[in-house]
Ligand binder design. Structure first.
Ligand SMILES: Nc1nc2c(c(=O)[nH]1)N[C@H]1C(S)=C(S)[C@@H](COP(=O)(O)O)O[C@H]1N2
Ligand SMILES: [Mo]
Length: 231
């Protein structure tokens, strides 16, 4: 089946065509995942148009298989306690950026504030974002110290291009899981793939394990096996 978006296929072809694989600079030791290049700049990547919000009607919604649901206005969210996180980020298109500084609400603090206890068997979350973006993350992966709903980057309000007014930050997974322009969290008993996960990218996306693409073709570059002998 042809995916609606062929970015994964194009990237896989580029990977296979590369004569020498991208090597992470050994100076970084184990800090930078395999196949990543460190950049000082901050690339801007997204599908579709940057949303134009009326912040008086903007909401963030927590819903799904939980014992309650809750909708926040921006002012309500902004009043919650914030923390700072310094972390490295890793994009599947092979850039990594070190020591990025964010400020926002811890996801697990938000759940507590909302009084939401996800129902029994709820192990997955679909993150809903604009414009028409979704990405799925296991609930457990959202409960850590460094999982933020970020309002600020580098001491400044998050710019529109990087997901302002509010984006998710999930530093330990490839950066497509860190949804910009986040608007909702849906608690699910059954996992469901989001936008890139339906379009050839990995369901979980651990950069240190190079979980770039979905397992459909085992992720082996063709030339690794088609030219070998068989019995
Ligand atoms: N809403 C939304 N969030 C998104 C995306 C998108 O297309 N829409 N792209 C993802 C991808 S693929 C990456 S690499 C990062 C890029 O974030 P940046 O533009 O701040 O570098 O945003 C992620 N979040
Ligand atoms: Mo990305």
């Amino acid at each position: 089946m042809k995916a609606a978006n062929d970015k994964a296929e194009r990237q896989k072809r580029a990977d296979a065509a590369r004569k020498t694989p991208i090597k992470t600079d050994p100076a970084y030791g184990d800090r930078v995942p395999p196949g990543q290049v460190v950049t000082e700049r901050f690339p801007i990547l997204h599908e579709g148009e940057i949303p134009d919000y009326d912040m008086d009607s903007w909401t963030l919604r927590l819903f799904g298989d939980a014992d309650t649901e809750r909708t926040y206005t921006f002012a309500e969210l902004d009043a919650l306690p914030k923390v700072k996180v310094k972390c490295d980020i890793h994009c599947v298109t092979r850039w990594s950026k070190l020591d990025t500084e964010w400020e926002g609400i811890r996801f697990r603090d938000l759940l507590q504030d909302a009084g939401i206890r996800p129902g029994e068997g709820v192990r997955h979350v679909m993150i809903h974002a604009d414009p028409d973006y979704e990405t799925n993350v296991p609930l457990e992966d959202l409960m850590g110290d460094d999982i933020l709903l970020a309002f600020k980057y580098d001491g400044q309000p998050l710019s529109e291009v990087h997901g302002g007014p509010l984006r998710l930050l999930v530093p330990h997974l490839y950066f497509w899981k860190s949804a910009k322009w986040v608007r909702g969290f849906e608690f699910m008993t059954e996992d469901r793939p989001g936008f890139w996960e339906r379009n050839g990218f990995h369901n979980y996306a651990d950069p240190f394990l190079e979980q770039r693409y979905s397992g459909e073709d085992l992720g082996l570059p063709e030339d690794e096996w088609v030219h070998k002998d068989y019995d």
